[in-house]
Design a protein around this ligand. Structure first.
Ligand SMILES: [Zn+2]
Length: 138
């Protein structure tokens, strides 16, 4: 089956633990061993203190909805996700914010509230790629 959205290409050494975690249903987040802060997206240095002394920790996948957008038209023609769908900026418990689709909710501004608790779900797109989404926390 053809994927309904563009896939990450290529998966870089800096992001491989993140994508490997996705396949196992785990949210792996980079953590700085010098300042102790967790960040997202994965990169070669800490955005807080510029240290390259990084490790990986498993995140809870829990957070709160920081902001959202209801997409009535895909922002890119390669995205085949049926509209309308919800794009969410989530404040993770561990500190960083993360952008992902929000599923299992009506794409209606009356149903979606900022600060609502959300949790991560893992959406397998292909054998190699699993992507995160969020849904209202149960
Ligand atoms: Zn740091």
């Amino acid at each position: 089956m053809e994927p309904d959205r563009p896939l990450p290409q290529p998966i870089t050494p800096e992001s491989k633990p993140y994508w490997d975690g996705m396949k196992e249903g785990k949210l792996m987040l980079p953590k700085c061993q010098d300042c102790g802060q967790v960040h997202f997206y994965p990169r070669v240095f800490c955005p807080h203190c510029h240290s390259s002394n990084l490790t990986w920790v498993e995140g809870s996948g829990k957070g709160t909805l920081y902001s959202f957008q209801i997409m009535y038209r895909p922002f890119n023609r390669a995205v085949k996700i049926p509209t309308p769908y919800v794009l969410a900026m989530v404040q993770l418990e561990e500190g960083p914010r993360m952008l992902a689709n929000m599923i299992n909710i009506e794409p209606d501004p009356q149903a979606i509230k900022c600060d609502m608790p959300v949790e991560m779900v893992f959406v397998q797109i292909t054998d190699d790629v699993t992507m995160p989404a969020f849904q209202p926390a149960v």
